[in-house]
Design a protein around this ligand. Structure first.
Ligand SMILES: Cc1cc2nc3c(=O)[nH]c(=O)nc-3n(C[C@H](O)[C@H](O)[C@H](O)COP(=O)(O)OP(=O)(O)OC[C@H]3O[C@@H](n4cnc5c(N)ncnc54)[C@H](O)[C@@H]3O)c2cc1C
Ligand SMILES: *[C@@H]1O[C@H](CO)[C@@H](O)[C@H](O)[C@H]1NC(C)=O
Ligand SMILES: *[C@@H]1O[C@H](CO)[C@@H](O)[C@H](O)[C@H]1NC(C)=O
Ligand SMILES: *[C@@H]1O[C@H](CO)[C@@H](O)[C@H](O)[C@H]1NC(C)=O
Ligand SMILES: *[C@@H]1O[C@H](CO)[C@@H](O)[C@H](O)[C@H]1NC(C)=O
Ligand SMILES: *[C@@H]1O[C@H](CO)[C@@H](O)[C@H](O)[C@H]1NC(C)=O
Length: 368
């Protein structure tokens, strides 16, 4: 009796809070999508086209924000990311099913049958949530690096490699990771490659390097790849490819000096980096979820096409799961919960929805 009374009191308190904080109408949605980058926009597009009501939240923090142009996104190659997102929003808006909220979701909560997203404006509820909240680049706090990132200093060959082809290239990050950068750049994009190991030419790194290829030194010699082991002081821009470029053949002429702690420096036209990434948002942590298939080596969030693919997959799964629930209400046999949430079965169900071709890609990825 006492317990019941206490619970009632708790509810009352919660209701009061809801009244105080709910400045915006508490509309109910089918799906809350967190993120207005390529993955969230793809999810909203797919859900809109099957007439699911979507609330998309976008805090305006995009991973590729620093870049000049977005590349290797077929149909939208060399497009400014903000223009790409604007075009996508326009296309999605046509369906009148998605509401865009340019707000940060501060907390996400799950109850038995719904999700609650709270922003500074109020709380929004939906049956499902898609976290398309992206990754952030964990760059070391080295003067000049963050400013240069995305403009002559890049992490992926497909992103800006072509614009800096045939230029003197530097490799930043751990020595053992530099090996993979060399492999991806040489010989097509760059032949003049120098590794700036920043003191990581240690036993542990050499051990990892030997693990990748015992003959790594032979490869470096054959490719004329050299290693400068000196500790790095900073990265200093001396010329910007935003001002110096050849649009006809898409070459961007950035120039940098890498300064060392001993006061010396060397010059390079571009750098490729090997630093880590982490979740951009703490909402996945709040909901206690991790990346689907992370352990299988799926590279879902790597580039824009991968992000669009994972957003679309999530949307298809979401729609099918809601349809299964609706079907159960009119007498369909309820699916087994455990099987539904199993990683592989999610992939397989989604792949079936998307067609066999994608299914085949999945199977290949799963055996990577
Ligand atoms: C410098 C640079 C250049 C790149 N160039 C290319 C390229 O040329 N080609 C290519 O294919 N890929 C490129 N990439 C990779 C590309 O940026 C990513 O693959 C892509 O952005 C991933 O999309 P996403 O939707 O998962 O995440 P993002 O684009 O990062 O979007 C995340 C979204 O979630 C939102 N969000 C996060 N938390 C919250 C919250 N709590 N509430 C509300 N909203 C939230 C953010 O505001 C944002 O809208 C580049 C990356 C970098 C760093
Ligand atoms: C979307 O809503 C607008 C405004 O009410 C309307 O003019 C338009 O026809 C709607 N579009 C579709 C596809 O229903
Ligand atoms: C959210 O709140 C801010 C500040 O009160 C206001 O400017 C904005 O219009 C609100 N947005 C929505 C979608 O209600
Ligand atoms: C170089 O190594 C130092 C010491 O580990 C580290 O603090 C710094 O961030 C590194 N710099 C670069 C450019 O990686
Ligand atoms: C890097 O160090 C050099 C030499 O001390 C200095 O002239 C330059 O301004 C520094 N650059 C940055 C980005 O801090
Ligand atoms: C090898 O690299 C050095 C220094 O980066 C450069 O000066 C030289 O021209 C390169 N040689 C060849 C054959 O590419």
């Amino acid at each position: 009796m006492l317990l019941t009374w206490h619970w009632k009191k708790l509810f009352a308190v919660q209701a009061l809070f809801a009244l105080v904080w709910a400045q915006a109408p508490q509309e109910n949605y089918d799906v809350i999508v967190i993120g207005g980058g390529p993955s969230g926009l793809s999810a909203a597009s797919a859900l809109s086209r099957v007439l699911r009501k979507v609330a998309l939240f976008d805090s305006g923090e995009y991973r590729n924000n620093p870049t000049r142009h977005m590349h290797d996104v077929i149909g939208s190659d060399h497009v400014v990311p903000a223009e790409f997102r604007e075009a996508a929003r326009k296309q999605i808006s046509f369906y009148n099913m998605t509401t865009f909220f340019d707000q940060k979701v501060i907390t996400m909560q799950k109850t038995d049958n719904s999700f609650h997203a709270t922003t500074a404006n109020g709380t929004y509820t939906a049956r499902k949530v898609i976290l398309a909240s992206g990754l952030k680049d964990d760059l070391p706090n080295v003067p000049g690096l963050r400013d240069a990132f995305g403009k002559g200093v890049f992490w992926c060959p497909w992103c800006d490699g072509f614009e800096h082809r045939d230029q003197p290239m530097g490799v930043l990050g751990d020595l053992s990771d530099a090996y993979d950068s060399v492999k991806e750049l040489h010989p097509t994009l760059n032949k003049d490659i120098r590794i700036y190991a920043n003191g990581t030419n240690n036993a542990a790194q050499l051990n990892r390097l030997n693990g990748k290829n015992r003959d790594w030194q032979k490869v470096f010699d054959a490719y004329n790849v050299t290693v400068n082991p000196k500790p790095i002081l900073n990265i200093t821009r001396t010329q910007s490819g935003s001002d110096f470029h050849d649009s006809a053949i898409r070459k961007e002429f950035d120039k940098f000096r890498v300064y060392f702690t001993d006061g010396t420096y060397e010059e390079r036209g571009a750098f490729i980096t090997n630093y880590g990434t982490s979740q951009a948002s703490n909402l996945p942590e709040q909901l206690k979820v991790g990346l689907l298939g992370e352990e299988n080596g799926h590279d879902g969030p790597t580039n824009v096409p991968h992000a669009m693919s994972s957003g679309k997959k999530a949307a298809v799964f979401c729609h099918v799961e809601m349809a299964t629930e609706e079907l159960a209400q009119v007498g369909g046999s309820p699916a087994k919960r455990a099987a539904m949430l199993d990683d592989r079965s999610i992939h397989e169900r989604t792949a079936r929805q998307m067609g066999d071709e994608v299914g085949d890609v999945y199977k290949r990825l799963a055996h990577f």
